[in-house]
Structure formats: structure tokens, C-alpha cells
Design a protein around this ligand. Structure first.
Ligand SMILES: *[C@@H]1O[C@H](CO)[C@@H](O)[C@H](O)[C@H]1NC(C)=O
Ligand SMILES: *[C@@H]1O[C@H](CO)[C@@H](O)[C@H](O)[C@H]1NC(C)=O
Ligand SMILES: *[C@@H]1O[C@H](CO)[C@@H](O)[C@H](O)[C@H]1NC(C)=O
Ligand SMILES: *[C@@H]1O[C@H](CO)[C@@H](O)[C@H](O)[C@H]1NC(C)=O
Length: 316
């Protein structure tokens, strides 16, 4: 009897897990819908081993976002009203932009032009900033650099016990382009200076205290169930509750001009020898072009490890 129960619950857990991918899939992004008239959409991001924001992942994400307005309900409103962005991997939410793309085009990325991939990443951020749906980040893993930029461009952030966030950019002398303006409006200039210039990481509990995320839950199950019920509550209200409030809240900034000014600064810095040296040392510290995309202690503890590339004995 107990054995049967155990077997059944293992099966049920598995079924629930595979259910998460039973909607439409966009490459590395599986989706499923639930709630009133299936108007809440949950994503399950799987670009193993580290959910690196590489070229294909960026295109998958853009394809997914561009699909959101495609189906309308009986009122002519988008049928998906609330979107939960979550990872399928236990240790990573979304990791950094593929930093190999900051090198001159070479065989590693099939001679792809990194500047153009970066511009596509900014198209992705613009979509998150302009689509009418409510975007909720459910962060329960590593969200460094690109990962943190993406959650900053969503509307709300909820964090679980695995969450660790931050911006390594200043280790290379550049800014957390695309994320720093939203972060500053959330946590204020004092904390923004503290975390952005030092590249220190932040975990869920502290992030919730200073407003980097909305709430922290110390169990992953509690995180998911609270996010689901919050999303369902909102999806059962009139659609204009989302659009009218979002429009008013967005007036507090940052504006597109503020964000674009940061991109200009980023481009003026990224070709400097010191920045290129940083990328070379970063890749060497990560084990080289191939080993870089691995779930290693270096990758998990990136913001603790990366500043060591400037230690006196580091070699390039
Ligand atoms: C769900 O859709 C039906 C018809 O398509 C509509 O009558 C109903 O009001 C919708 N429910 C909600 C909560 O939007
Ligand atoms: C999605 O639809 C809204 C109107 O509901 C519109 O304002 C917006 O421009 C559309 N966005 C995209 C990317 O199609
Ligand atoms: C990594 O790849 C880049 C671009 O293909 C190349 O220039 C660089 O020499 C490679 N580095 C190593 C350590 O192989
Ligand atoms: C990469 O793309 C950018 C933007 O389109 C362009 O300005 C630059 O010249 C390209 N670089 C190379 C090496 O082709």
C-alpha cells in the first residue's frame, strides 16, 4: 500500500514536470498555460548546462515574446495576460551573455558578429519593456549579468532559496547596460553604487530587503505556488487593470533615452584594451572557450571569483 502510494506520487511528480512543457515550445523555452481561460503562461527555460544567454537562446526568447500578441480572446485582447519566466534548471535561472562574442569573430561562434547578437539581446529587452502583458520573474538560481538585466526589464521579481543575482560588468570596467537604470529606480542610488560598482553578488533574502526583488520565499515549492496564485488573481481581473496600471507605473522611468545612453557608453568602452584583456582573462579563468559553458564552481561563484583575474599574479 505505502509502496504503491510512493510509486504513484513519484509518477505524479514526473507527470507534473513533463506537463510544464506541454504547451508550445520555442527551442529552449517550453511553455504551458493555466488560470482563467488559460491566460497565465509559465515558461520553463532549458538551455543546459547553465542557461547561458547565447545567440540561439536570445532568438528563442524573441520568438516566444513575438508570439504573445498573436492570439486574441473574445474581447480582442491578448489571450495571454500574465507571463511567468522561470527556469527548468535547478541551479541557474539565466546566466551571462555569451562573453565569447566579445572577441573578434572566430571559429568558436562560427564567425558570428557579436555586436549584432548584442543588438538582438537589446531587442529582447525592448520587447519586455513594451509588450502589454505583465511579466513576472520567478528567480531560483543564478541570474548574473544578462540574467539580471532580463529580470530588471520584467514587471515583478520573486526569489527562491537558490537565487543569486548581480552584475560582473564592472570587473571588466563597463556598466550593467540595460539593467542598471531599472535597478537604480528599484533600490535607489546608494545601493546601486554599492552593488554595481563592486560587482558584489546578492542573494534572495537581502535582495527582498532592499527592493531588488519583490519577495523572497525560502522554499522553491512555496515560491512557485505563490507566484502561480498571484498570477491567477491578476489574470481574473479586467485586462485594463494590467494595461492602465503598467502604463502609469512606467512613467516613473527609466525612459528609452536613458537606456539608450547607457548602450552608447557601453559601445565606446567595449573595444578598449583593458576590456578585451578582461574577456581574455575571464575565458582563461573559466577554462577556455569550450569549458566556459560548464556548470563549474567558477561559474556558480562568478562574482566572487572573477575579480581575481586582476590579482598581481594573474597571467593572460
Ligand atoms: C472566458 O471566455 C469566455 C468566452 O470565450 C467568456 O465568456 C468569459 O467571460 C471568459 N472568462 C474570463 C475570466 O475572462
Ligand atoms: C502588442 O499589442 C499591444 C496592444 O495590445 C500593442 O500596443 C503592442 O505594440 C503590441 N506589441 C507587439 C510587439 O506586437
Ligand atoms: C577563443 O576563441 C576566439 C575566437 O574564436 C579566439 O580568438 C581565441 O584565440 C580562442 N582562445 C583560446 C584560448 O583558444
Ligand atoms: C559587426 O556588426 C556591426 C553592426 O552591424 C558592424 O558595425 C561591424 O562592422 C561588424 N563587425 C565585423 C567584424 O564584421
Amino acid at each position: 500500500m505505502y509502496l504503491l502510494l510512493w510509486v504513484w506520487s513519484a509518477f505524479a511528480a514526473h507527470f507534473q514536470f513533463t506537463q510544464a512543457g506541454n504547451g508550445k515550445s520555442f527551442g529552449s523555452i517550453a511553455t504551458s498555460t493555466f488560470g482563467p481561460n488559460d491566460s497565465v503562461l509559465r515558461t520553463s527555460i532549458s538551455n543546459p548546462p547553465i542557461n547561458l544567454a547565447d545567440q540561439q537562446f536570445i532568438e528563442d526568447f524573441i520568438g516566444f515574446l513575438e508570439s504573445l500578441n498573436n492570439t486574441l480572446d473574445h474581447n480582442g485582447d491578448p489571450s495571454v495576460k500574465v507571463v511567468i519566466i522561470a527556469s527548468a534548471l535547478p541551479t541557474y535561472f539565466i546566466d551571462t551573455f555569451d562573453i565569447r562574442l566579445f572577441q573578434a569573430p572566430g571559429p568558436i561562434n562560427n564567425y558570428v558578429n557579436g555586436t549584432e547578437v548584442l543588438m538582438r539581446f537589446w531587442v529582447l529587452q525592448d520587447l519586455l519593456n513594451t509588450l502589454p502583458q505583465l511579466f513576472i520573474a520567478e528567480v531560483d538560481g543564478v541570474a548574473y549579468a544578462a540574467g539580471n538585466e532580463l529580470i530588471m526589464n520584467m514587471d515583478l521579481r520573486f526569489a527562491g532559496p537558490g537565487s543569486i543575482m548581480g552584475a560582473p560588468e564592472s570587473v571588466c570596467g563597463v556598466l550593467h547596460v540595460g539593467g542598471i537604470q531599472h535597478l537604480t529606480s528599484l533600490i535607489g542610488p546608494g545601493y546601486a553604487n554599492q552593488y554595481m560598482i563592486s560587482a558584489l553578488p546578492i542573494t534572495g533574502p537581502r535582495a527582498a530587503e532592499i527592493g531588488w526583488v519583490n519577495e523572497y520565499y525560502d522554499s522553491s515549492e512555496e515560491l512557485t505556488s505563490n507566484v502561480n496564485s498571484f498570477a491567477t488573481r491578476i489574470a481574473s481581473l479586467p485586462w485594463t487593470a494590467i494595461t492602465s496600471n503598467k502604463d502609469a507605473i512606467r512613467l516613473s522611468g527609466p525612459t528609452k533615452e536613458d537606456i539608450d545612453a547607457g548602450k552608447k557608453v557601453f559601445f565606446s568602452l567595449v573595444t578598449l584594451p583593458i576590456v578585451q584583456e578582461c574577456v581574455t582573462r575571464w575565458l582563461a579563468a573559466a577554462g577556455g572557450n569550450d569549458t566556459y559553458v560548464s556548470d563549474t564552481a567558477f561559474q556558480r561563484n562568478l562574482l566572487t571569483e572573477l575579480p581575481k583575474i586582476w590579482a598581481a599574479n594573474a597571467t593572460s
